[in-house]
Design a binder for this molecule. Structure first.
Ligand SMILES: [Ca+2]
Length: 439
């Protein structure tokens, strides 16, 4: 955080000392004196400024390692979000650090756009994007998830969005070591001072306040920025951050291996835990846990109490014959309970945290994350972005990788580095000095 915040803590300590000091020379009061009230420093409000000519910005920018490719005047209402018109602003498109990879021979750059509102509030918002990045999402500054009720751009923030250093939303950029590091943390470190310089150029003053926020991988970017770039931002809004994404992916891959082993139709993971069976378990969880939070409303809100109240073994019928959707086989109970207790390697080493039981089993979203994502998302991310060395992209097949990979070996590879890939996947994806895991 910035110095004023530190000064605040110092002020609290000084006030406390001052209180003790003054009482040393007084008679003990009849009534204990109230504790001193700390006066946090009062910052002056952020102040906007007038945006200069938009389309001339491209020619005026002389920021190192930065090329502005276009500056476009965007009229009020030309862009809408959820039917709501976006205010008039200037869109600036550019790239930083254009280069050719010595490893895969491909061209890389950190692509970005900034949207600079006419009615600027004096503040900057870094829009940290989700997934594996790779596309410059429109820089409207969505805030926090839960639906586009409003956005930072409409509130008057200057907003930046980027592709985090590679030009396609696929994991193959991970063959290039530098692109891994841009995605992990370095793109934020390069874009932030550039954005502040651009704001200075466009408005004639730097932002009074700077914020960064996003969800999922965007939440991860935010957490990492809080650790690595604490001096650059006044506030961090980390929404459901992917704190240890490589390990979450390995856990999901482990789950897919379990569901594949349980599948009644070989290769079709959904038949390892069918819709009817998932609804059965969901209803069993609700039966034990819904009312624990004081409201029988179909939602399990007292998640902690639910873990003690629900038992997959006890509360779901065990099949005595063929699986028919009214029971789980013994093998299903063993396999699914093991996944929920926390993914482990073949030799039993912990990979990732446990998952709490709740009523989400029956949803399509659950099925998508457990049966589809391991093959479509987690396999490629683990194989190319995080593993050292990476897999060979010319022969890679996500399904084969998931079903055949050794989890202990993959866990070692996301923690490994070598002469080409000098930082491990876990190293560049998580805040530095984070506790090691498995501990
Ligand atoms: Ca409830």
């Amino acid at each position: 955080m910035k110095i004023p915040h530190l000064t605040g803590f110092a002020a609290i300590a000084l006030l406390g000392l001052a209180g003790c000091s003054s009482n040393d020379h007084d008679d003990p009061p009849d009534v204990p004196a109230p504790p001193p009230v700390a006066q946090l420093p009062q910052l002056s409000p952020a102040v906007g400024a007038t945006l200069g000519a938009c389309t001339e910005l491209a020619a005026r920018v002389t920021i190192p390692d930065t090329t502005i490719t276009a500056a476009n005047e965007i009229a009020a209402g030309a862009l809408t979000i959820a039917g709501k018109p976006v205010a008039a602003h200037c869109q600036v498109l550019g790239q930083m650090f254009r280069r050719v990879s010595p490893v895969d021979g491909k061209s890389y750059a950190i692509g970005f756009e900034m949207r600079l509102p006419r009615n600027w509030n004096g503040r900057f918002f870094y829009q940290a994007n989700g997934g594996v990045d790779g596309s410059v999402v429109t820089a409207t500054g969505p805030v926090g998830g839960g639906g586009p009720l409003d956005n930072a751009l409409n509130q008057g923030f200057a907003v930046l969005s980027s592709d985090a250093g590679h030009g396609a939303p696929t994991p193959f950029f991970g063959i290039d070591p530098q692109a891994r590091l841009e995605y992990g943390y370095q793109a934020v470190g390069k874009l932030t001072p550039m954005a502040k310089s651009l704001i200075q150029l466009a408005y004639g003053k730097a932002p009074d306040r700077s914020y960064i926020g996003g969800c999922s991988n965007g939440g991860r970017h935010t957490m990492v920025a809080a650790a690595r770039y604490a001096e650059q931002y006044d506030g961090y809004l980390a929404g459901n951050p992917g704190y240890r994404l490589p390990l979450a992916a390995l856990a999901n891959i482990g789950g897919a291996k379990t569901y594949a082993a349980l599948a009644s139709t070989p290769g079709d993971l959904t038949t390892g835990f069918t819709q009817a069976e998932r609804s059965l378990v969901s209803n069993a969880v609700l039966g034990k846990c819904d009312a624990l939070d004081g409201a029988s409303d179909g939602l399990v809100q007292d998640t902690g109490a639910c873990q003690a109240a629900f038992s997959l073994e006890r509360d779901v019928p065990t099949c005595t014959g063929a699986r028919d959707g009214t029971c789980l086989s013994g093998a299903q109970k063993t396999g699914i309970a093991a996944l929920f207790s926390g993914a482990r390697t073949e030799s039993g080493a912990t990979i990732y945290t446990s998952f709490p039981y709740d009523a989400g089993f029956g949803t399509n979203g659950w099925a998508s994350w457990k049966f589809g994502a391991p093959i479509d998302r987690d396999s490629g991310a683990a194989a190319f972005i995080w593993a050292v060395p990476p897999e060979d992209p010319t022969t890679f097949n996500g399904r084969d990788f998931v079903l055949n990979v050794n989890l202990a070996s993959l866990l070692a590879r996301v923690n490994a580095a070598n002469a080409t890939y000098t930082e491990s996947g876990m190293g560049f994806m998580t805040p530095p000095m984070a506790p090691t895991w498995p501990g």
